[in-house]
Structures are given as C-alpha cells and as structure tokens.
Design a protein around this ligand. Structure first.
Ligand code: GDP
Ligand code: IMO
Ligand code: MG
Length: 431
C-alpha cells in the first residue's frame, strides 16, 4: 500500500501543481481529496511546436495535476465539491489541447455538486461586512449543504426524478433566503433543472465508486498520490479560522476525502514557498505592505491562478510552518520559488512571534493574538545569483544553501526538493 499525500504547508499557491505534475511520472493514480474550483494548480509542460519545444501553461481547478502523464489515472474524490460547469470547461480545455482523458478520469459518485445558488450566495455574503475574501466559487455554501444533509451529489445527476426533487427543494429554500434575507432576485427553478439535467450525459462516463477503485488499487500495490488543494493554514479546523476555506486540506482530509484507510498513507510531503503569500483576508504576521512585498509579487508573479487577484506577500514564517508540519505530520518539505529571492540583498525569516512583549514560539490559535503578534526575524544575506538554471544542490550558491538548511533546521522537516522555476526541469532533488 502506498499513498503519498501532498499538502500545501502555507496559505495555498505553494506550487502544488508543479510538484504533483512532476511526481506523477512515478505514480499510477493522482487523486484530489477536497476543495473545488477555488483551487488553481499551475502546470507548465513542454509542448512541441513548429518552432521547436515551447512551454505551455495550464491552470487546473478540479482535475488532478497528474493528467498530463498518459499512464496516470486521475480521481476526483468524494471530499471534493464539483461545479459541473467548471468541470466541463476544464475537460473541454484539455481535450482541445490534445490531452486524452477518456478512461483516465474518475469522479466519485459521492462528491457533492456546486449549484448556481451556491455561487450566488457566496458572492452575496461577501458583499457584507467581515468578508473572508473567498474565490466566489460557491465553496462555503456547497459544504454548508453537505453538512446540512441537503446537498446534491454526483450520483443524483444520474437519476432525473431524484435530481428534480432535490433541486426543487433546494431552490425553493434558497429563494426564500435570497428574497427575504438578502433582498435579491429569486432563481428560476425550471431553468436550473434543465441546465443540470444536461450534465448527466457528459458526466456519466466518468462516475464511479472511487473509494472502491482506490482500495482495489492499493491491494494491487499501485502508487497513489493524494493531491491537496489550498493549504494547512486555510484548513477549516486547523487554519486561521474564520479566514479559511470550508474543507480539510490537511493530510487527515485525504482519508475521508478519498475513502481510504489511514494505514495506506505512507508519507506526507509538504510544499512551502521560500517566502509567504496569502490571497483573501485574514491574519498574515509576516506580510510586507511595502516595497519588499511588491518586489516579491512582481518577481514571483503573485497573482491568483483562479481569480487573478494580487496575492499578499511577505517573508517566510517558520512559526506557522512548524505548526503546519505538526498538524499534517509532514516528514519532508519541498521549497518552491527559491529563484524569486535571487535578487534580494537580505532575506528575513520569522523565527518567533512576540505578543505583548513576550516571546511566543507556538502558533496562536485565536485570531486576536494572531492579528497582534509581531514577528521576530532572523536576517540572511542574499546570494545575488541567478538560480533558475541550477539543477544540483551543490551548485547552488553557498548563501542559498545556508538559507535552505536554516529552513530545515527552524521548521524541523527534511528538505526533499527545491524548485527554482515553474518548469518541470527547474527542480533540484535531494537524493
Ligand atoms: P498551487 O495552487 O499550489 O498549485 O500554486 P499556483 O499554481 O497557484 O501558484 C504557483 C505559481 O508559481 C504558478 O504560477 C507556478 O507556475 C509558479 N511556480 C511554481 N514553482 C515555481 C518556482 O520554483 N519558481 C517560480 N518562479 N515559479 C514557480
Ligand atoms: P490552491 O489550491 C490560495 C482562499 C481564498 C479565501 C479563502 C476562502 O490554488 O492553493 P473559498 O473560495 O475557498 O471559500 O475562499 O481561501 N483560497 C485560496 N488561497 N490558494 C487556493 O487554492 C485557495 N482556495 C481558496 O482566497 O481567502
Ligand atoms: Mg493555486
């Protein structure tokens, strides 16, 4: 049995797409276990053209990042909330790029669906005070219905009567909410029923009991990669609540989100950027609201892959990283986007927090503390050398190696790879 879980160790966008695509070379199955089309996982792959080999960038929202490897089967697990409109657009995009997904994409019959009213409610709620800064993809409202036990699942798409009944009940209830609480226009029940019945034909060939499929694969000793979306600090239980997403990106979510036993998980691999970013609202102790933050954003291309929003940028925070390593059971860490720091004279790393003048080495769980902590920084000299063409660890500038080694010792996890660019080959492996 072998399941490797890939988790984002920060607030998402750590480069999971790149890493999962790269690791997919050596696995049989890649499975997404939570979240929905709020995720944006970028994969840059070589593609042949008349002018030779060029790079093509894909942003995946629901389909696992293993899809570019022909022999890999991709699974969308029961823990994911699926927007059929987004899924169909993604399937069409891949097909038109010549990527064959037939027989290689499996969708859990138990996954819940995101309906137009989920997206509408997400957007309306975000117009009020205390907004989270969501992606507007309907994630929170869809998980509310799931836990309220009124949600509509993929399996319901395949039975017209059940779909009509459930949609009617849901839309009637949502219409009351929309008109009476939010003073918004009501939804047209019949139009939604017609639109969603159409998805039945297209989704049907992909739908199966993915938990059964994965458990059988485990018995056959297949290698599975569980692809987390978002990051540990956005986890609904362990993140910076309420400024989180509504699912469990942490490693524990892989078992419930795929229907596999915990004993099947053989390793947990964390991904962290060499600095920090966050999209949306919520505490971010090392945020740099200054020229440094702007340089990180410009050099790192830090704009959301799903919404295009500028990402908030700051220094690496090893207090939250240590916490993330503990909650996920991360044994090994990949450090991405090291190349973004190439031009900095000095690089700061947060090694502790100060709260009301007292040193705090633990990640506080309450929002008020997190919002008021002051980071304690250690300063590292910049290496001022281009790293994006380096492929062996020993060829990295000494100062860059010192930086990486400090991250390992401050966070307590071994480093297993360093990424120095968005392309597959821009990767340094630790053997
Ligand atoms: P994910 O959500 O964790 O998959 O990450 P995103 O795709 O949202 O954001 C990561 C961005 O950084 C993407 O644009 C990647 O192409 C890019 N990227 C990934 N690794 C590296 C790296 O090592 N260096 C640089 N410069 N860019 C990278
Ligand atoms: P990937 O998988 C970064 C953030 C949103 C918002 C909060 C809640 O690409 O790393 P939601 O729409 O989920 O209800 O929004 O979570 N968020 C992400 N931030 N990367 C993501 O995914 C994210 N998915 C959601 O910006 O702050
Ligand atoms: Mg992303």
């Amino acid at each position: 049995m072998s399941v490797q879980v890939i988790v984002g160790a920060q607030w998402g966008d750590e480069g999971k797409g790149k890493v999962v695509d790269h690791l997919s070379e050596k696995v049989d199955i890649v499975a997404r276990y939570q979240g929905g089309a709020n995720a944006g996982h970028t994969v840059v792959i070589p593609s042949k053209s008349k002018s030779g080999i060029t790079e093509k960038e894909y942003v995946l929202h629901l389909i696992p990042a293993g899809i570019f490897h022909k022999r890999v089967t991709c699974v969308i697990g029961n823990g994911v909330v699926i927007d059929p409109v987004a899924l169909m657009a993604e399937i069409d995009q891949l097909k038109s790029a010549g990527i064959n997904i037939d027989g290689r994409l499996l969708i859990s019959h138990n996954a819940h669906l995101i309906m137009p009213y989920h997206k509408l409610l997400d957007t309306i709620r975000e117009q009020g005070e205390n907004k989270i800064g969501t992606t507007g993809r309907g994630i929170g409202p869809a998980y509310i219905d799931k836990y309220m036990r009124t949600g509509i699942r993929v399996v319901d798409l395949l039975n017209r009567d059940v779909l009509c009944r459930k949609l009617k009940q849901n839309i009637e209830e949502k219409n009351q909410l929309l008109s009476q609480i939010y003073h918004s226009k009501e939804l047209d029940v019949d139009a939604i029923i017609n639109e969603y019945q159409e998805f039945d034909k297209r989704i049907d060939p992909f739908v199966t009991d993915t938990s059964e499929y994965l458990n059988r694969a485990l018995k056959k000793n297949k290698k599975i990669l569980a692809e987390g979306a978002q990051g540990a600090l956005l986890d609904v239980d362990h993140g910076t609540y309420p400024y989180v997403t509504s699912s469990s990106p942490t490693s524990g979510g892989a078992c419930t989100g795929l229907g596999i036993p915990p004993q099947a998980v053989t390793s947990v691999l964390g991904i962290a950027k060499a600095y920090s970013t966050r999209v949306g609202n919520g505490p971010f102790p090392t945020e740099q609201l200054n020229e440094i933050g702007e340089r990180l954003r410009t050099i790192g291309g830090e704009y959301g892959a799903t919404t295009g929003r500028p990402r908030r940028c700051g220094w690496l925070d090893t207090v939250s990283l240590k916490y993330s390593i503990q909650v996920n059971g991360i044994e090994k860490l990949a450090i991405t986007k090291l190349d973004v720091l190439d031009e900095f004279d000095e690089i700061h790393v947060c090694v502790a927090y100060k709260l009301n003048g007292k040193k705090l080495e633990r990640f506080p769980s309450d929002l008020q503390s997190l919002e008021t902590v002051e980071p304690v920084y250690r300063t590292f000299p910049g290496w001022k050398t281009k790293t994006s063409d380096i492929r062996r660890y020993k060829d990295l500038p000494t100062k860059a190696r010192k930086y990486i080694e400090a991250i390992a010792s401050l966070s307590g996890a071994a480093i297993w790879m360093v990424s120095v660019g968005a392309r597959r080959d821009q990767t340094i492996w630790f053997r």
